[in-house]
Design a protein around this ligand. Structure first.
Ligand SMILES: [Fe+2]
Length: 355
């Protein structure tokens, strides 16, 4: 869309240009009616925004002239006016398609211009604003900005809810194959989030991390039920297939935008070990993404303290001993220290979830 703005106030020209260029509207500018006429003749705009008060020929006269010329009569015109004595009727008489008193809301002007350019315009009457002080136009921009921020926040909330629902659906799909995994995902997510707050609180700002905690085993969707539900020990070949689940999960989710970052790394690296003997990439020490190192402790804690099809839950004390004994071997010592620090809170989570 191409817009011609005719105003002799350079500040206002700049404000309008900045507003419209952000939404990919091409803006031509004229500060006198003579230069406006030249621009219209050279290249007809889709809409003209015209200030009433111009030197020499007024905006009202220019509007009348353009509307009475068959070559330019169909170009929609929005009249802007800061004059207290100009009434909307004067603008209508001059043939304007819309009238906007200054100070105006840039969002309102944008909406008006878009409607007119789309051929949806009819004459628009706009109430004169009560505030006509020097900084009133600035306040209008501030109000518009606040409105945009509110809208953007609401959109972000909706998007987060949609992400949450998608993650929940994927977790449910895995639960349908491997009963009990949903409850495990929920528990382990809570342990891991609590440990994250102690190890690296800033990591909690990355929402993908929480999704990664829930979906860590999603790759098991691609593992056959025969192996997944086998009651006894796995053969070496079956184990090899089972150990492909982090890579499968990573392949499934690698293009999902809301998981990109640390969340996706939890899916791929949650079975890596601090000493480098884990899988799939045998990463070692701090080469293992931090969220995956945190998750590994949470995963073992839940695996040991909850019932499994082939054995009953072990005691909290046994799980604690196992985690301490694996510090510097399976687990990052820093995460084990955080486990120690957060043990009362983790026990509370355990009690609540068990209840
Ligand atoms: Fe896993």
């Amino acid at each position: 869309m191409r817009l011609l703005v005719v105003d002799d106030d350079p500040g206002l020209l700049e404000l309008i240009r900045t507003t419209f260029e952000d939404v990919e509207v091409e803006v031509d500018e004229a500060s006198t009616s003579a230069s406006a006429r030249q621009l219209v003749a050279a290249r007809a705009p889709d809409v003209i925004v015209l200030d009433v008060r111009l030197a020499a020929e007024s905006g009202l006269d220019l509007c009348k002239a353009l509307k009475s010329d068959p070559r330019t009569a169909s170009i929609p015109i929005v009249l802007l006016s800061g004059l207290v004595d100009l009434v909307p009727g004067d603008a209508a008489e001059a043939g304007a398609d819309a009238f906007l008193p200054k100070p105006f809301s840039p969002l309102q002007l944008l909406g008006l211009v878009e409607r007119l350019a789309g051929g949806l315009g009819s004459y628009t009457l706009t109430e004169a604003p009560l505030d006509r002080s020097d900084n009133a136009q600035l306040m209008m921009y501030a109000r518009d900005l606040r409105r945009i921020v509110e809208l953007e926040r609401a959109q972000r909330r909706l998007l987060q809810e949609a992400y949450g629902a998608t993650v929940g659906a994927l977790a449910d799909a895995l639960e349908a194959k491997d009963v009990g995994t949903r409850a495990h995902s929920n528990r382990v997510q809570r342990y891991a989030l609590d440990l994250t707050s102690a190890v690296e609180p800033a990591l909690g700002d990355d929402v993908s991390v929480e999704y990664g905690f829930v979906l860590h085993d999603v790759g098991k969707i691609g593992i056959s039920d025969r192996i997944l539900q086998k009651p006894g020990a796995l053969t070496p070949e079956e184990r090899r297939v089972m150990e492909a689940h982090p890579t499968l999960g990573h392949e499934m989710l690698r293009d999902v935008a809301f998981l990109s970052g640390e969340g996706l790394s939890v899916v791929r690296h949650h079975h890596e070990r601090w000493d480098g003997s884990g899988y799939p990439d045998q990463l070692k020490g701090t080469d293992i993404p931090l969220a995956a190192r945190i998750f590994a402790v949470a995963d073992t804690l839940d695996a040991m303290t909850s019932d499994r099809p082939y054995r009953l839950a072990r005691s909290w004390g046994e799980a604690r001993r196992e985690i301490f004994s694996q510090s510097g071997k399976q687990f990052d010592p820093r995460v084990v220290a955080a486990f120690c620090e957060r043990e009362p809170q983790l026990r509370t989570i355990h009690r609540l979830v068990a209840a």
